[in-house]
Design a protein around this ligand. Structure first.
Ligand code: HEC
Length: 110
């Protein structure tokens, strides 16, 4: 009995730690549903179908790390484009990761 009572806080601490780990892992990978929600703004210019249209490049089906890198280069104003710099500046790293996961799953139509 005594040992069970002792084990309880240890067990609770362990559970809390594993929940925290799961949350951290999903933040790193990007939340697909958040990405889908945020993407509605993007697809007013970028074709959801993955087709290129009028100077706006296709952004679907990219590896997510590459997508994140490009978005950060707009956000940090390393890559030049007024429109995309403004858009990227408003997005948090978590939102960019979420968009990356969502768009990576959308297949480009060639
Ligand atoms: C007002 C129109 C517009 C909106 C809205 C928009 N974009 Fe863009 N985006 C562009 C244009 C134009 C370019 C090409 C810029 C360039 O030449 O560097 C571009 C480029 C990009 C690129 C690089 C593509 C490549 O082939 O290098 C990515 C990634 C991107 N946009 C993601 C997004 C995301 C994510 C959103 C939504 C959060 C978004 N864009 C919203 C117009 C837009």
């Amino acid at each position: 009995m005594k040992s069970t009572l002792f084990a309880l806080p240890v067990l609770m601490a362990f559970c809390a730690a594993s929940v925290a780990q799961t949350v951290a892992a999903s933040a790193r990978k990007g939340d697909r549903e958040l990405g889908q929600y945020l993407a509605s703004e993007c697809v007013s210019c970028h074709q959801a179908s993955g087709r290129q249209s009028g100077g706006v490049p296709s952004i679907t089906g990219w590896p997510d790390e590459q997508f994140v890198a490009v978005m950060l280069s707009y956000k940090n104003k390393v890559r030049d484009n007024q429109v995309m710099q403004t858009i990227a500046a408003r997005l948090s790293d978590e939102e960019i990761a979420a968009l990356a996961v969502y768009f990576a799953e959308q297949n480009p139509q060639k």
